[in-house]
Design a protein around this ligand. Structure first.
Ligand code: NAG
Ligand code: NAG
Ligand code: NAG
Ligand code: NAG
Ligand code: NAG
Ligand code: NAG
Ligand code: NAG
Length: 343
């Protein structure tokens, strides 16, 4: 007998009411309950009015580098984050897509790695270069990419890494492979779009002025993200630079879904030979006003997510369905938020 049949039989035998089918029903949420998008008076960096989403009005993401879930979770600031930040939650079954870095960053905004498996310079052209940016702009939803040590204040910086006049790279700073926007033809050929790419200093300015866009992509430099350092360095950076914002900034957290994760695991042993690349298990946490944890169980989400879940979540929030890019956003589960029916 299948488990479901056993349960049904048990329920019948006990004369009990039918068991809820999903966590959402159990918690009193219904997948058919549309959460009404509430008007907001917020604007983006260029005065763009916020377009209300069903579940959140802003999605923020920040990415660390090359660490396994156990390595990150062993650092107190990361373990504490999902336990203590507003409505924090760990996505305990989140897997990166491939190795090395670059294709994982592509997947954040494009729901595919394009089958690419290198960090070297590539231009993604034509229809392939359509990303979440194209969808957001159709609805007038503001977006921006911010990168630490980006060599310019605003615009598309095309080279791989910042260079001195003598051609030497600036160590531990910005690299192109961690900032997917500049590899997309639909962006680097369009000045208006390029102007949504900023040095991270502008993030702090926009935060202070309450003019962050609705989709915020933040890339730390190679020291802060742990790439040229390690998990304790990354943890200190988060603690010192971000904890005030993450824990106490009402503007930042209000109707916001905030995401922190890694691009890929540190363990590449068995890559391409281990089925499903089960060693690509990474830390990922969500927090912010969009989530309302009702009990400790809500702190753990065991759905198997991957980077395509990001685009799927944005689509579910503003369009009410997924798969709009026609890539892996069609299959990847969106992050469970109250009212979205999957908690
Ligand atoms: C990618 O496009 C940029 C901007 O047009 C160009 O400067 C660069 O040479 C191209 N790179 C490759 C690898 O095609
Ligand atoms: C290149 O220029 C930078 C900045 O002036 C300097 O620090 C560095 O030593 C130079 N490197 C070489 C190889 O000359
Ligand atoms: C460039 O981007 C702007 C704003 O995103 C958009 O309105 C415009 O259509 C784009 N231009 C081209 C040629 O794609
Ligand atoms: C990270 O590197 C620092 C400095 O080298 C070292 O003291 C620390 O123990 C390392 N942390 C981890 C978790 O490996
Ligand atoms: C790395 O991954 C391989 C293959 O999945 C696994 O056998 C090994 O135990 C992992 N190493 C660590 C340190 O997690
Ligand atoms: C899904 O992602 C994989 C890996 O990035 C990619 O090879 C594949 O083409 C994607 N599928 C679709 C339908 O985009
Ligand atoms: C992500 O997860 C979905 C759902 O399990 C799967 O279809 C997809 O191939 C995975 N990989 C990528 C690159 O999206």
């Amino acid at each position: 007998m299948k488990t479901a049949t056993v349960l049904t039989a048990l329920v019948a035998a006990l004369g009990a009411t039918a068991l809820p089918h999903t966590r959402s029903e159990e918690k009193g949420y219904s997948s058919t309950t549309a959460v009404e998008a509430k008007p907001t008076s917020l604007t983006g960096p260029n005065g763009e009015p916020y377009i209300p989403g069903q579940f959140f009005d802003r999605f923020f993401m920040i990415i660390g580098e090359n660490m396994d879930i156990w390595d990150v979770e062993a650092q107190a600031p990361f373990a504490n984050l999902w336990k203590q930040a507003p409505n924090g939650r760990i996505l305990a079954n989140y897997y990166a897509i491939t190795h090395p870095s670059q294709p994982n960053y592509f997947a954040h905004i494009a729901a595919t790695s394009y089958g690419w498996n290198s960090d070297s310079v590539v231009n993604i052209t034509g229809a392939d270069s359509f990303t979440i940016v194209d969808l957001l702009e159709e609805k007038g939803i503001s977006w921006a990419g911010y990168a630490e040590d980006y060599p310019i204040t605003q615009g598309c910086y095309i080279p791989y890494a910042p260079e001195y006049a003598n051609g030497t790279q600036v160590p531990h700073s910005y690299v192109r492979k961690h900032f997917p926007f500049v590899s997309m033809e639909s962006i680097y050929t369009n000045e208006t779009r390029c102007n949504n790419l900023y040095n991270a200093e502008m993030f702090w300015k926009h935060l202070k002025e309450n003019t962050l866009p609705q989709f915020v992509y933040f890339t730390p430099n190679l020291l802060n993200d742990g790439h040229d350092t390690n998990s304790s360095y990354f943890a200190s950076y988060i603690q010192e630079t971000w904890s005030e914002t993450f824990y106490y900034n009402d503007y930042f957290n209000s109707r916001a879904l905030n995401y922190i994760s890694l691009d890929e695991s540190g363990n590449t042993t068995g890559f391409n030979t281990v089925p499903g690349d089960n060693n690509n298990h990474i830390y990922a946490a969500l927090f912010g006003g969009a989530l309302s944890n009702r009990d400790t169980f809500d702190k753990y989400d065991f759905t198997r997510y991957n980077h395509s879940s990001i685009t799927a979540t944005l689509e579910m929030n503003w369009w009410g369905s997924t798969g709009l890019l026609g890539r892996n956003d069609t299959y990847a589960p969106y992050f469970a938020v109250p009212g979205a029916g999957t908690i």
